[in-house]
Design a protein around this ligand. Structure first.
Ligand SMILES: NC(=O)c1ccc[n+]([C@@H]2O[C@H](COP(=O)([O-])OP(=O)(O)OC[C@H]3O[C@@H](n4cnc5c(N)ncnc54)[C@H](OP(=O)(O)O)[C@@H]3O)[C@@H](O)[C@H]2O)c1
Length: 320
């Protein structure tokens, strides 16, 4: 089968299309013939070699999120899965391929009306957005800021905060065009990457959901209202400065909270429950998955160049 692996760490030219044997489902796994493959920010981080210390080596086959039809099952898996269209999490490898294996507990049948591209755009990120707002103890009437809102996590967080009655939903983005599209999805205020908006932008927020991290994170801690909660879910802008905790302590009397959040800490069945309901909402058009572009699998490098150039709104999807 055709697959894409990292021949050399670094820029997207190091990705290579190869012919490899199709995987065989182990006990507890299903085999999926892929129709859509999500291209995530974490794939770019692995491609650059930034996670080599965590065991990611050159030769790694990228990809963690696919949709397609189950064609075989491993020992112990109900054969009725065969022939069903599913979304599947493949771990942090094996997704950029014509066939991929996944543990059956990380597989979900797709509802009628949901495209594979929409499923791989929403499947992983929608759950992060949902539980990050829950972790922030967000309640209706509060003001929310989503930092790095133009990615698939932020796009869902904006829609959820808006729909659940936020008094304001501000977003950061470097692009006026992306800001306009975020307004269509429920954003009420558009700020630049340093947090500056128009004169009517809220001065403070009860909740910040941050996909970016990076050196400017302390600027956004300063935007929390008294009793405000900050939830860091990603680091697309790099790690925050080592002394950012001092900024938090400087605001001691505001009773601020800072949390990191990884969906890995949510029990699998809880993730699947939320994913099931988000997929149903997306199939009915009540929740929007934003697919930036669908490219052929053998153009994975082009997809990564788009991401590296900051040209993506939502998610790029590969199709075998
Ligand atoms: N917590 C979890 O469980 C979990 C799960 C999966 C992934 N993640 C993490 O989430 C992140 C990816 O999320 P995503 O796919 O939604 O994001 P993304 O699409 O990679 O990026 C979101 C937006 O951030 C802005 N941005 C990029 N670089 C920036 C910078 N240096 N400074 C300020 N803004 C910047 C860009 O928008 P503009 O250009 O419009 O500003 C971009 O569209 C990764 O860090 C990944 O590891 C977390």
């Amino acid at each position: 089968m055709k697959a894409v692996l990292i021949r050399t760490f670094g820029d997207p030219d190091g990705l290579e299309v190869v012919e490899v044997p199709a995987p065989v489902p182990a006990p507890g796994q299903v085999l999926v013939a892929t129709e859509a493959i999500g291209v995530g920010g974490v794939d770019a981080v692995i491609r650059r070699g930034s996670l080599a210390a965590y065991g990611f080596r050159e030769g790694h086959l990228l990809g963690s999120e696919v949709a397609g039809k189950v064609t075989a099952v491993g020992e112990g898996v109900d054969a009725s899965w065969i022939g069903r269209r599913v979304w599947a999490f493949t771990g942090l490898s094996g997704g950029y391929a014509e066939q991929a294996v996944a543990a059956v507990e990380d597989v979900l049948a797709l509802p009628d009306g949901l495209t594979g591209a929409d499923a791989v755009t929403l499947g992983g990120s929608g759950v992060v957005a949902h539980f990050a707002l829950e972790r922030a103890h967000f309640t209706p009437g509060e003001a929310v800021l989503v930092r790095g809102a133009a990615g698939s996590i932020g796009i869902t967080a904006v829609q959820l905060a808006s729909r659940h009655g936020a008094s304001a939903v501000a977003v950061t983005t470097a692009s006026a065009g992306r800001g306009a599209r975020l307004r269509d999805l429920g954003a009420t205020h558009v700020l630049d990457r340093t947090g500056h908006g128009g004169p009517d932008a809220p001065a403070g927020f009860d909740v910040v959901i941050d996909v970016v991290g990076g050196p400017q994170l302390p600027l956004f801690l300063d935007k929390l209202n008294t009793n405000g909660r900050y939830v860091a879910v990603g680091v697309v802008g790099g790690q925050p400065p080592a002394d950012f905790g001092m900024r938090l302590m400087d605001a001691f009397r505001k009773s601020l909270s800072f949390a990191t959040f990884s969906s890995d800490t949510v029990p699998g069945p809880d993730r699947q429950t939320v994913r099931t309901s988000q997929f149903a909402e997306a199939a009915h058009g009540d929740l929007r998955a934003v697919v930036h572009e669908v490219l052929p699998l053998d153009q994975a490098a082009r997809a990564h160049r788009r991401m590296d150039a900051g040209q993506v709104f939502g998610r790029v999807v590969l199709a075998p």
